[in-house]
Design a protein around this ligand. Sequence first.
Ligand SMILES: *Cc1c(COP(=O)(O)O)cnc(C)c1O
Length: 432
Amino acid sequence: MKYYSTNGQAPYVTLQEAVVKGLAPDKGLFMPETIKLLPASFYENIGSLSFQEIAYTIAHAFFGDDIEKDTLKEIVYDTLNFDTPVVHVTDNIYSLELFHGPTLAFKDVGARFMARLLGYFIRKQGQKDVKVLVATSGDTGSAVANGFLGVEGIHVYVLYPKGKVSRIQESQFTTLGQNITAIEVNGTFDDCQTLVKAAFLDKELNSKLNLTSANSINVARFLPQAFYYFYAYAQLAKQGRANNVVFSVPSGNFGNITAGLIAKRMGLPIRRFIAANNSNDIFYEYLQTGEYNPRPSVQTIANAMDVGDPSNFVRILDLYNKSLSKIKKDISGEWYKDESIKETVKKTYTETGYLLDPHGACGYQALKDGLKPDETGIFLETAHPAKFLEVVEGIVNEKVPVPEKLQKFMKGEKQSVSLGKNFDGFKEYLLS
Ligand SMILES: *Cc1c(COP(=O)(O)O)cnc(C)c1O
């Protein structure tokens, strides 16, 4: 299958080119040329299939032309070595827990899949020594680093702003060793991102090194997120509760929710979606006014959603031919200030015993506020609450148990390289 650019000014490319390049040369995002409708029979017995079986069917619809069956199966099965259970919270509201992977956030799914797919292409091309550069404000770095850990032929450089990520986040990418190097930049997240972008534009670096990015806009990170929408539906179908399903998705760059829209386009019977935001309400405003006004993000306690210009917005426009009325038929929006996010976490914990993280709390509250009695709501619990320990403990006034996986990271020894924010130093380091 070929991939086109949302900007329409670049030639169609193969899957391999789309994965290795990440972004189209006209700065658009890659989209699959066709979104296959799965046969109705697939949905009839979906409740009896495993997560891996379901995911393989979806993966085959997208990547089956480009990767041999056995290899694709191995990539899918190896990526999904953890569960994404649907858990009942209250009334007709369920949590799709996406935090059972290695770094306890949903980004593990896309990052692990991409690492394996890129590894496969690199072996096929006989390449060695590929360098993956990724800038992180916290969560992306850990998922990417852990996703690529031990993948042969690839070395990952995680650039992060010194003193601006939490200790737990930092430990998830600075303690790994092997093919992962953490670079602590004396600057901000924007400085890190500027360094990575400058590296991709530098002619000398690109002639001497094989550089690529593991950015979240990469199709190999984006499309696999559709897997768990199908599996969530399957889990409810098994219980006979899959009527009028509504997905509420805590959104930042809108990659996660767009993968859900693609699942719907493949025929998954989803009634509608809710995009749940924090104070960064650019998309909500777009739905109300039809105007998209990107602006600098504001800081919130759901910080992985602090995005002022969601990169996947163009993919949504593309899917709906830029029609606001069509978009509004499938997606509505909600947004919550820090104060109400806190209230939601506290109240839900007191009343149901379910501990939300600040991102999932936005998704949950949006269902509380907008779900109709004949609908079944699933919110995506995008990270484990212990990843935001200080914030969550401050809200519920209780110690939150830290899962063993997280504790293990925190016990590891920090290894990092310190660099300034000027490009020459970074370039010299990469070439050395
Ligand atoms: C990345 C992230 C989000 C936002 O996901 P998008 O795909 O960027 O919309 C939400 N919650 C958590 C915990 C995240 O890490």
